[in-house]
Write a protein of this length. Structure first.
Lengths: 448, 125
């Protein structure tokens, strides 16, 4: 039985109809470096068992996150996910549901989205949150574009403490949507004075807290400086658990919070799917991107939920919509909601404190090593260290010893010589005292 | 000249000295249904004839309001923010959107007068 639905003749007829020579010509816009020349060298056919064996063998060459002491963060964090989360999200009613346009058949989905929004608003200290976006990076650029619409200005300032991936996403949008982005160089310590850059032509200033290097700051003064000239403050949070311990952006005067919600309920997932969190002020709700679930009452006066303020969105507003993001990360949002619901406020605070305590234990141990310098003054569960040698080689050497030591900043900023010796290290509740001791011992050994 | 003119996109424009007052017609509001939100330009902002000047959102849809003439926004009806339903109850009066300091009175020439607009609306059905 053939299961390729098209014959060669079908193909050539279709190509002729649109006036193109070959299927390859349709991919002319993809840069050649990103294209595969010829097929991958694979055997023509193998039995299932043989394939399984070969793949298992290959997989065994990976060092899995859960199999060794693991200190990698940098925007994605390995936390414990209670078994309840996976069990509940796999219920068919949740797992296979789609955009809940019809409230009469979607009350379960709409209710959890409403609860999710409530949790995000409370966590961030904001008034209103949407039903999620793809991930923190897209949430960040959506925040910039929302600020551009609200202020009718076209220039945003991006702190050098913003995650470089978020910055790259913003740069891509700026280039193709057409707005100006003043992205500052990565800055350690207090090198950056953002208030100086705030002016009447600026739509918003984007800062991250804790920043990419783990540093925590109070942005209340910056918020005031922004508001004085009619600009907005966007606060990015890549480790949402930090809000169980530190002051939420809303209390600092943030106008928009764009965050990554992966830390609660969601695994590392090889970098995605993740969960974009987006919260703002009530007065700006009409310019918010993404879905919003709202509470209402039905014909019998009973409480129920619906999608609301949908005229902002592309299924109604077409190209004039506040965003082209339509489908949220519903299942990831559900996992977040279940995990946070299980934790409760007390549990969240305790988990956050445990993370911080573990990171303090890590900092104390690593600082004891000669020539290793802690670069942070205030941090949550991630720190930046300056090593006496380029960090990339040290990380490789530690991986050989079975310790995943963190991210050499040079991986994300390959051209910045001054950052070559900087290592980002995260410690969550998954890290044990034994792991900490082992890291200290092995790092000392590698550096000696 | 105190002229009242209409566009094919169902805006009305009334001359008031050097200014042109702009709103949407009774027909437009009846088609939109309950108006829930109005987005107005900033005072001092320039608008071009035929280009977007404001947005009106009802329970059914969100639509752009186009400038019937080019000019600078001299005033906006801020009371609509608190009470957008005025557009439904009094579209040609209290439900006005904005006041323009217009450039060229000749731009009014290709707009419809009331009789022509009434006929235009009748032809829509």
């Amino acid at each position: 039985m053939r299961y390729l639905p098209l014959t060669d003749r079908d193909r050539s007829e279709m190509l002729a109809a649109i006036g193109v020579d070959s299927v390859d010509a349709l991919f002319a816009d993809v840069p050649s470096a990103a294209r595969l020349e010829g097929l991958v060298d694979l055997p023509k056919a193998k039995g299932e068992l043989e394939v399984e064996r070969a793949i298992t063998e290959m997989a065994a060459r990976n060092i899995a996150a859960g199999s060794v002491p693991f200190f990698i963060g940098g925007g994605v964090y390995r936390h414990h996910i209670p078994a309840t989360v996976d069990h509940l999200i796999q219920r068919g009613e949740f797992l296979t549901s789609y955009t809940p346009y019809q409230p009469e058949i979607s009350q379960g989905t709409l209710q959890y989205l409403f609860e999710f929004q409530t949790q995000v608003a409370v966590l961030t200290g904001m008034e209103v949150a949407n039903a999620s976006l793809y991930d923190g990076a897209t949430a960040c650029v959506e925040a910039v574009m929302m600020a551009n619409r609200l202020t009718r200005r076209r220039k945003a300032v991006l702190s050098g403490g913003t995650h470089p991936h978020y910055r790259e996403v913003c740069e891509t949008y700026a280039r193709f949507v057409g707005f100006e982005l003043a992205a500052l160089d990565p800055a350690l310590g207090d090198a950056e004075d953002l208030t100086e850059l705030v002016g009447p032509d600026i739509s918003c200033v984007v800062v991250q807290n804790p920043d990419f290097f783990g540093e925590i700051r109070d942005y209340s003064d910056l918020a005031r400086a922004c508001h004085d000239v009619g600009a907005l403050l966007v606060v990015v949070v890549t480790e949402i658990l930090s809000l169980g311990a530190i002051r939420p952006p809303g209390e600092m005067g943030a106008d928009i919070v764009a965050a990554e919600g992966q830390s609660l309920g969601n695994a590392l997932n090889f970098g995605g799917p993740h969960l974009g969190l987006f919260a703002s002020r009530d007065k700006y709700v009409r310019q918010m991107p993404g879905r919003l679930a709202g509470q209402t009452i039905d014909a019998d006066g009973r409480r129920g939920w619906v999608l609301t303020l949908s005229t902002r969105e592309q299924h109604i507003r077409r190209e004039r919509a506040t965003s082209n993001i339509c489908t949220n990360s519903g299942l990831c949002a559900l996992a977040f909601t279940i995990h946070l619901g299980l934790l409760g406020e007390t549990g969240l605070t305790r988990l956050a404190r445990l993370n911080h305590a573990t990171a303090v234990g890590l900092a104390e141990r690593l600082e004891r090593i000669p020539d290793v310098q802690l670069l942070n003054r205030a941090f949550f569960n991630e720190i930046a260290l300056r090593l006496p040698r380029p960090a990339a080689a040290v990380v490789d050497a530690l991986a050989e010893k079975g310790v995943l030591a963190g991210i050499p900043v040079s991986r994300l900023y390959p051209n910045r010589v001054e950052l070559a010796e900087v290592l980002l290290v995260a410690a969550t509740e998954m890290v044990t005292t034994t792991d900490l001791d082992r890291f200290e011992r092995e790092l000392k050994d590698v550096l000696s | 000249m105190s002229a009242l003119r209409f566009t094919r996109d169902h805006e009305w424009v009334r001359l008031d000295g050097d200014f042109a007052v702009v709103g949407i017609t009774d027909y437009a509001q009846s088609q939109l249904g309950d108006v829930v939100y109005i987005e107005l330009p900033k005072i001092g902002h320039r608008v071009e004839k035929g280009k977007e000047a404001a947005v009106v959102e009802s329970v059914k849809a969100a639509s752009e309001v186009y400038a019937p003439v080019s000019g600078e926004v001299a005033d906006i009806n801020e009371t609509l923010t608190a009470d957008p339903a005025k557009v439904n109850t009094d579209p040609m009066g209290e439900g006005w959107f904005l006041k323009l300091r217009f450039d060229d009175p000749q731009e009014l020439d290709d707009l419809m007068d009331e009789t022509a607009y009434t006929r235009f609306v009748a032809e829509q059905h």
